[in-house]
Design a protein around this ligand. Structure first.
Ligand SMILES: *Cc1c(COP(=O)(O)O)cnc(C)c1O
Length: 404
């Protein structure tokens, strides 16, 4: 608690007023706030270092290239990847998944199968639907149970020698469920299928070790990890990345271009066509440093306490139901109150300075599974406090009185 009050001071937006109340920011699963050092680093880049990377021999270009590549090494360490060239910078999780699903089109044939789950974010559903349409592969979907757990028995049933790719989320952004991905990866490898894990909700909250997981692809977005928007990470095993065709063609990703044909640059540049979000990547280093400074252990432990406290308090509200009650849960709480539309609740909470998310959270199949149009969702980050939860509960009770 003392620790995190120091941290709060470093996030300028946590100290503003919204609708004349102190902001309570509980929409961290959509994006996290940014610490001052990340914001400052973006300014510093444009004021002192601005230049394109990898291409110039001049002083500024060397500085920005070094800073950019240093971030790659930071991410490599963060994920415990074997090589830094296994880290590809993308625009975000969505872009990382599209990269893999597009490059796999050459590898798939009619009748092959791709397995996803019912709890995926739309960005881990639609790219695979497009891929299936292009290749004639079939999409198989793992069911979830009433508590929001993956049905592992059903997964085992779906797995077969036809399975080529398994694409599953590490943590559900609408239910909070933490999936047993190590087991899923092992089971998939037993059938020679490759595994992509959508880590958008995991990387900022729990330790990810790609070598220990033995995962083939792991994706996440910097903006959900105190970093800038427009920066994402795709980790891929060296051997697999080398075997895939390039994603996009253009500058930076080539070795030699003739008008009739080109040869491609080695990893990671083969998958990084065009000028990337240089300022964003450089500033992202600062968010990883912040996470290291606090420690993922401390982050998980504090967020878990917030989750337990808020869950207990919320369940004391009459008519409130939580959707997603897995035993292994991240600090995300989706709920509905009997007789109240989630959207109306969200609007009234906003009037009292409390920012939550309402709707389907880009997981319409989850809403269909539970036969609801949407939920109100609270999601925590390390900088959130027990006092904020108390204020939020008071605000929910006020809103309830107004709406019922
Ligand atoms: C946010 C999120 C995404 C999409 O991330 P973008 O940064 O919008 O590309 C994908 N999957 C999950 C689980 C998410 O929470």
């Amino acid at each position: 608690m003392k620790k995190n009050s120091n941290i709060r001071d470093r996030f300028p937006l946590l100290n503003v007023k919204v609708n004349s109340s102190q902001l309570i920011y509980f929409d961290n699963a959509a994006t996290t706030q940014k610490p001052k050092e990340v914001i400052d680093e973006i300014t510093k880049y444009y004021q002192e270092e601005n230049s394109n990377i990898h291409r110039g021999v001049h002083h500024l270009s060397q500085i920005s290239t070094n800073n950019f590549e240093e971030c790659r090494i930071k991410v490599q360490e963060f994920l415990n990847a074997q090589f830094s060239h296994e880290i590809i910078f993308t625009k975000g999780t969505t872009d990382s998944i599209n990269l893999v699903s597009t490059c796999f089109q050459d590898e798939l044939q009619k009748g092959d199968e791709i397995i996803i789950s019912e709890m995926e974010h739309h960005s881990n559903i639609v790219p695979w639907q497009i891929c299936c349409k292009k290749t004639g592969a079939n999409l198989r979907v793992v069911r979830i149970d009433d508590r929001g757990n993956l049905d592992i028995k059903h997964f085992k049933k779906l797995l077969s020698n036809k399975t080529k790719i398994v694409a599953i989320t590490h943590i559900s952004n609408s239910l909070g469920t933490i999936n047993p991905i190590k087991e899923i990866i092992q089971l998939s490898h037993d059938k020679n299928a490759q595994v992509l894990i959508d880590g958008a909700q995991a990387a900022a909250h729990i330790t990810v070790d790609v070598q220990d997981l033995n995962v083939d692809f792991y994706c996440f977005s910097a903006h959900k990890l105190f970093g800038p928007t427009g920066v994402g990470v795709l980790y891929g095993k060296e051997k697999i990345l080398n075997s895939l065709p390039p994603y996009q063609g253009g500058g930076e990703m080539i070795e030699k271009v003739e008008l009739s044909k080109s040869t491609y640059a080695p990893l990671p540049h083969k998958f990084e066509a065009g000028t990337p979000n240089i300022a964003g990547v450089i500033a992202f280093k600062k968010s990883i440093s912040l996470i290291k400074e606090i420690g993922l252990q401390e982050i998980s432990s504090h967020e878990d306490k917030l989750l337990k406290y808020a869950t207990k308090k919320l369940l004391q509200i009459e008519g409130l139901e939580i959707i997603g009650t897995s035993e292994r849960k991240s600090a995300i709480i989706s709920f509905n109150i009997k007789g109240i539309h989630h959207y109306d609740l969200g609007v009234l909470l906003d009037k009292m300075g409390v920012a939550i998310r309402t709707g389907h959270h880009c997981t319409q199949p989850v809403m269909n599974r539970f036969s609801i149009p949407g939920t109100a969702r609270i999601s925590f980050a390390y900088y959130n406090t027990f006092e904020e939860i108390d204020s939020c509960i008071i605000a929910i009770n006020k809103a309830k009185k107004m709406l019922l």
